[in-house]
Every structure is written in structure tokens, then in C-alpha cells.
Design a protein around this ligand. Sequence first.
Ligand code: IPD
Ligand code: CA
Ligand code: CA
Length: 262
Amino acid sequence: MPQTSPLLTVMIAAARKASRSLVRDFGEVENLQVSRKGPADFVSSADHKAEQTLFEELSRVRPGYGFLMEERGNVEGTDKTNRWIVDPLDGTLNFLHGLPHFAISIALEREGVLIAGVVYNVIRDELFWAEKGVGAFLNDKRIRVAARNDMKEAVFATGSPWVGRPGHEVFLREMERVMAVSAGVRRWGAASLDLCYVAAGRFDGFWERNLSPWDVAAGAVIVREAGGLVKELDGGDFLKTGAVVAGNEKLLPQLTKTVRGA
Ligand code: IPD
Ligand code: CA
Ligand code: CA
């Protein structure tokens, strides 16, 4: 592992600590699939446990920083300049179904700017991390976005709205348009990892609407430090609107245009 800054060191340590209960609980969840009620309550407690560990660890090493967490919401800190943005379990539906594709996502926002991100795929033991101005890494290797610039060769990731939420028609039109001009579209169910896969050059781009800040904050730093772009689909602030598009500088405008035209 390359030398990490004190900030990244504490973020990574917190992610690893929270990952231990998630790994144990994931092993258990696989056994619960056969029960009719299913493992939903169990998963929600796994989620809360991981969040509690992250909250305690990050509060201990950086007292006073604020939090924006999926379960707890906004927790004001005495230090108004620093805020952790945390999703203890991104890819809940995968976790619930015993699909090994989910992550812990931690970002640090300083004076309104995202400056560091850690996304940890606990089952594959893949740790994506980045710090503004330092670069992006997967475990101990530097990562870069893919260089492809032809939509026909590109594979894109996306996510669809949950049951009961609006936006399915728009999503299907967007999918149809992107599928018609690209090599393929994947829907893997963890937005933080979709972004990291863009950073690592596995996916060529990503778009999704209605995301929350904790889904994308860490992944956004990682994509940017890997030489890619992360924008709001219609040009606003994606942390506010949740409409995100990511890719290299050649493909991002083409993907944005294709999605917007839907
Ligand atoms: C979800 C995942 C998924 C995305 C959803 C998110 P969760 O987060 O990131 O990929 O499509 O919009 O809510 O609920 O698993 O933490
Ligand atoms: Ca979550
Ligand atoms: Ca999430």
C-alpha cells in the first residue's frame, strides 16, 4: 500500500473496522434466504451496526467533525468546516439477496469541497481510495479512467428507481437510448462501486438520477482523482439533485447528450 496521509489512514481504518461485522452478517444472511420472512430485519440491523462503528470511530479520531449519514441523517459538529458523508452499506438489496456486491462509502467534505473518499467492497477486499491532489488507488495500485472514446465500444453502468418511486418511464427511455448506441449497459446495484469501477476503467461511464449524497460523494472524489469527470446531468450540483453522470472527458459529454435526449 502506498503511504497514505493521516486523514486517509483514519478513514481506511474505520472502513475496515466496520467491515468486520458486515462480513459476518453477510455470511449469516445467505442462510436466511430460505426463510419466508426473509432476512430484511437482519439486514437493517447489520446496516445500523456498521453505521454505529463508523460513527464511533470517526468521532473518536476527529472529534467535532459533522456527519451526513444514511441512517442518522445530518449530525452537526462543533467544527463547521469538516463533514463526513457516509453510507455504511451501499448495495443493500444485493446484501439482502446474498449477492456479494456492496460497499462501505466514506467521504470527507471540507468547506463544501469533497476532498477524500474511501469505498470498500468488503467481500472482494477491494479498497478504492483517493485524496484531492494525490490520485486514486485500488488497494496499492494507482487507477485511471478508461481511455475509450467511442460510444459503440463503451460499457456503461446505471441504476433504476426503487419500487414505488417515480421515474421508471424516464429511466427506461434513457436505457433504451444508451443501449442503442453503446456496447452495453450494466445495473449492478451499488452506486458507490459503479463510480469506482469507472475510476478503475472497468466501466466507461455511469449515470443515475435520484441518488443521495452518501451514494456518490466518495466515488466522485475517486473518479476525479482517476482523471475522470463527475457532473450533474443537467448542469447543477449533483450532491443536491442526485442526478449524476461520470466518465472520461470524451465520453461524458456524449453520454450526457444521449441521456438528456431521452
Ligand atoms: C442504493 C444503491 C443503488 C442505487 C440506489 C441507492 P442503498 O443505495 O446505491 O445502486 O440504484 O438508488 O439508493 O440503498 O443500497 O444504500
Ligand atoms: Ca445504504
Ligand atoms: Ca446507498
